[in-house]
Design a protein around this ligand. Structure first.
Ligand SMILES: *[C@@H]1O[C@H](CO)[C@@H](O)[C@H](O)[C@H]1NC(C)=O
Ligand SMILES: *[C@@H]1O[C@H](CO)[C@@H](O)[C@H](O)[C@H]1NC(C)=O
Ligand SMILES: *[C@@H]1O[C@H](CO)[C@@H](O)[C@H](O)[C@H]1NC(C)=O
Ligand SMILES: [Zn+2]
Length: 349
């Protein structure tokens, strides 16, 4: 009895594990950014997460965020990357640079003793400069947004594990804006990355329509992750959300920087010259553009369930003034009260 009960229980656990596993591995549906397979269809195609309550991207505004003084500038400890290689490739949806398990550690804001390891960086962009970024900043959409995807190396042993784990990922979001006075160096950061866009493994990936196909990519010399971050790393927003592509898993701590990186129009045009996989019927390759998801609500309209908070690391002008004023005001009130008491005492006397 006990034995058969145990077996039954074991079988139930195995079945449950298999079901969970099937659901997780399940990425059977082709998705994209068009009418039938784009962001508005994702909640139907990927029911588990894409219609969830903690989705990304969102609109970032100083007004709707809460200043959190514990959000500090974070540190990056990098090994010597000279002689190491990253990999760059087109995955049929976007272009990405894989950091090839470089053992870079980042300590993020208040997570001082925590360990995050960058896995790859990819971008989202539009076909014109007024659209393209996924997050919006103070009501504005930027033409390009970079996502440095990191995994929590304190609780997980690999990106693959962390990507399926609770709170396993952290993504750094960086806006780009056009400034034609900027000259990019072809052997540093984004300039170096763009210099690889003409390579066949980067300009398009026809085989990527096949789910099992992984583009092997091309090597490019490793560089500092700092090259992909803005100069001002002290001003940013933080919130808990999701991946912005299916399966939209809600296990991402987002940090989005306020200061955009500047690139010339010619660099932006190189992104728009990348291609979607070849259409097997027409033989045509469309430009790879508008591969972004629109903003999701910070909190759903219904009042049930947990509410998300958008935090910011910087005080707004109003907030900063209030913070400075507050103690003075209290002192003023105290002084006024004392005077009043003294005055009363004096009157009585
Ligand atoms: C990163 O963290 C690991 C584990 O704490 C440590 O062994 C390694 O030396 C660190 N690497 C760098 C470059 O700081
Ligand atoms: C656009 O991409 C093609 C390869 O797909 C390349 O031959 C061409 O030089 C690129 N044009 C520009 C302006 O970068
Ligand atoms: C290929 O092109 C045809 C004709 O324009 C279109 O109907 C079809 O949806 C395209 N296929 C894909 C996968 O985009
Ligand atoms: Zn992304």
């Amino acid at each position: 009895m006990a034995v058969s009960g145990g077996l039954l229980c074991g079988a139930a656990v195995v079945t449950l594990l298999c079901l969970l596993n099937g659901a997780e591995a399940g990425d059977p549906v082709q998705w994209g950014y068009d009418k039938g397979d784009g962001p508005s269809a994702w909640p139907d195609l990927y029911k588990r997460w894409c219609s969830g309550r903690k989705q990304s991207p969102i609109k970032l505004t100083t007004a709707q965020s809460v200043y959190d003084p514990s959000l500090d500038t974070y540190t990056i400890s990098e090994p010597a990357y000279a002689g190491k290689q990253y990999k760059i490739l087109n995955d049929g949806h976007k272009v990405l640079v894989d950091f090839q398990n470089m053992r870079v550690n980042l300590s993020l804001n208040r997570h001082e003793r925590e360990c995050f390891r960058p896995h790859h960086v990819h971008w989202h962009w539009g076909d014109k400069n007024s659209i393209g970024s996924e997050h919006w900043l103070e009501g504005k959409q930027y033409p390009l947004e970079g996502h440095i995807v990191m995994w929590d190396c304190r609780f997980w042993d690999s990106f693959a594990e962390a990507a399926h784990g609770i709170d396993g990922l952290a993504v750094l979001g960086v806006f780009y804006e056009i400034d034609n006075s900027v000259q990019l160096s072809p052997d540093r950061g984004i300039g170096e990355i763009i210099s690889f866009f003409d390579r066949p493994q980067v300009s398009s990936c026809d085989q990527c329509v096949n789910k099992d196909y992984n583009n092997p990519g091309v090597n490019l010399p490793a560089f500092s992750i700092k090259e992909l971050l803005p100069k001002d790393m002290s001003s940013y927003f933080v919130y808990y959300g999701s991946l912005t592509t299916p399966d939209c898993r809600e296990n991402v701590m987002w940090t989005v920087f306020r200061e955009p990186i500047k690139i010339p129009q010619s660099a932006m045009d190189k992104f728009r010259n990348l291609s979607m996989p070849q259409n097997s019927t027409t033989g045509l390759r469309r430009p790879m553009v508008n591969n972004f998801r629109g903003p999701m609500p910070l909190n759903p309209a219904d009042p049930i369930g947990a509410r998300r908070q958008l935090s910011r690391s910087f005080g707004s002008d109003v907030g900063a003034a209030m913070a400075v004023c507050a103690p003075d005001k209290r002192l003023l009130v105290l002084a006024a009260s004392l005077l009043a008491v003294a005055g009363l005492a004096a009157c009585r006397g």
